[in-house]
Design a binder for this molecule. Sequence first.
Ligand code: MG
Length: 249
Amino acid sequence: MNRTFLPLAFVFAFSQLVWAQQTPRKNPESTEIWEPQPRIVTPGKENSAAPSDAIILFNGQHLDNWVSLDGTPAKWTVGDGAMTVVRGAKDIRTKQDFGDFQLHVEWRTPPVTQANQVGQNRGNSGIFLQDRYEIQVLDNFESKTYSNGQVGSVYKQHIPLVNASKKPGEWQTYDIIFTAPRFNNEGRILSPAKVTLMHNGILVQNHVDIWGPTEYIGLPVYEAHGKGPIRLQDHGDAVSFRNIWLREL
Ligand code: MG
């Protein structure tokens, strides 16, 4: 290239560079993504009502979707659109097993009638995700217990961010986002379970790692498992549940 053309070549190269850099800015379509389109889901009339793709686990009418842990019919009572723990009837679980899900549960602890109803003996129940990982249900309205065992805790693992309790006798909501743990072929843990929990619409657990199956005594240790049911706890208190629905993810 001779000396006459050298500066022209530089000008040309520079103009090409400027053009290439400016093209995306002038072309909004180049950064639009059209496919796939998110699936359309019709919201319920209220936020707590089941959306169109939810599995209704309890509609207030019957316990057809639930059994006792030994597989016999669930023995909790149903009335006024709710199911209620019968002391001694033991835990109940869904017939169906689940992996990753979004779960909505409404629950109500009974009025406090005796002076000895304190701490863990006050409206205690629980929601065991995949039959193993307990989200505590407890009456902590102006009532204290260990923080990692109070309402909104991942029992004995994670203290809730806040105490969002309503009074006993009032209906409360849990909205739970659960990611199941992953295991390899040898049964080793690849990634722990994760959970996000809204209590009465307020974030109390923000995508926390679950350490392993809930233990009353000692520390949790993961064991490989597949899908599992939702289990509700009979802790001896007449806690009620209603409007339970789940979306598989
Ligand atoms: Mg409990």
